[in-house]
Design a protein around this ligand. Structure first.
Ligand code: SIN
Length: 344
């Protein structure tokens, strides 16, 4: 099946279907193993976008598909330069009268980071929907084909306009800001732990249960660029020391996100190193390693006195994305940066 149909070869009914760009970046959804029963020993990102689309004939009844192979990798190796390329391509397609929505196939491992980055930087109200799979394309009961069909269904729906960047996975529709990967193997691997999914997609039907309230896409101050301020992540744990933070400061990082215990509490040795880092001009953001809840300002650390920012409900990986964008946009000062974290 050629899903990339030209307007001269399609029926009038098909011509009325929305035009959806499918941008493939690799991942398990494009993974292949020698054995159909293998769901962990496979190579990610080796199946091309045309073959992914051929596995889902029902797509031809949902949308006119424009496939594009952006990358073919394992998302654990996601590079900042690829984020720039991807976001710029999404912006170009969003501005085109020839495209009504975009689906991005991605690896599950860093999907939540890419989704949040795009949520904050792409400029348009047309749907942008990420999807992925936990089982390779070659597997018995592969989850990729249905996830892809559902993602295109969401991208083709009027209800998805203006909702920011979405993640369609295992029949649920998530906001890019809220969604996180919560399982290493289960097909229900993505959850919006604190607030729940935005809605669901099943058998061609798309239903949203709530709207996204924080600003995104066209309503942010962030634009995609090619300069990425160096922001790293450290973790607090029993017996944590200051060695890592001191090395990062010596290496010239602009920001450090700390994945604290509980409500973002930090081992005393590490906290002292981070307070010293602030005095050297490094921005320090307190988040939590717990996986749900939020980090309260001046709760588990005296943020005002130490000059720390708090990440609220963002996990450390998403907090890093926001801090990189804020610094790239010229953000400085604890008060202004805290406002950015409180807003986005
Ligand atoms: C990846 O993130 O590229 C590999 C893992 C996956 O997609 O599940």
């Amino acid at each position: 099946m050629n899903t990339s149909t030209s307007s001269s070869s399609v029926t009038p009914a098909a011509q009325a279907l929305p035009r959806i760009a499918v941008l493939a970046t690799g991942g398990t959804i494009a993974g292949s193993a020698a054995d159909v029963t293998s769901t962990s020993g496979y190579q990610a990102g080796v199946v091309g976008v045309e073959r992914l689309l051929e596995a889902v004939p029902a797509l031809s009844g949902v949308a006119r598909i424009q496939p594009e192979q952006i990358a073919s990798g394992d998302s654990k190796d996601m590079a900042l330069a690829l984020w720039t390329t991807l976001a710029q391509r999404v912006n170009t397609l969003l501005a085109s009268d020839e495209i009504d929505g975009i689906v991005i196939t991605h690896g599950t491992d860093t999907l939540e980071e890419t989704a949040y980055l795009l949520h904050l930087t792409v400029k348009g109200t047309k749907p942008v929907v990420l999807t992925a799979a936990m089982r390779p394309a070659s597997a018995l009961s592969a989850d990729g084909p249905l996830n892809l069909l559902n993602a295109v269904t969401v991208a083709a729906s009027a209800a998805a306009h203006g909702q920011g960047v979405l993640v369609a996975f295992n029949n649920r529709i998530h906001c890019a800001r809220d969604v996180v990967k919560t399982s290493t193997y289960a097909v229900d691997a993505f959850q919006s732990v604190e607030v729940g999914a935005l809605g669901w997609v099943q058998d061609g039907r798309v239903e949203f249960q709530r709207k996204v309230v924080r600003p995104h896409t066209v309503d942010t101050e962030f634009v995609i660029g090619s300069q990425w301020p160096n922001v790293e992540i450290v973790t607090s744990y029993a017996g944590a020391s200051r060695i890592g933070v001191d090395a990062l400061v010596a290496a010239g990082v602009r920001g450090i996100v700390v994945a604290g215990t509980g409500n973002g509490s930090i081992h005393a040795s590490l906290q002292q190193a981070l307070a010293d880092a602030v005095k050297q001009g490094v921005v320090v953001v307190r988040s939590s390693r717990v996986g749900s809840g939020h980090v309260m300002r001046n709760g588990a650390a005296p943020d005002d006195a130490l000059g720390f920012i708090t990440a609220g409900a963002l996990n450390p990986y998403k907090a890093r994305v926001l801090l990189m964008l804020a610094l790239a946009a010229g953000g400085t000062g604890a008060v202004a940066l805290q406002k950015i974290f409180d807003t986005y």
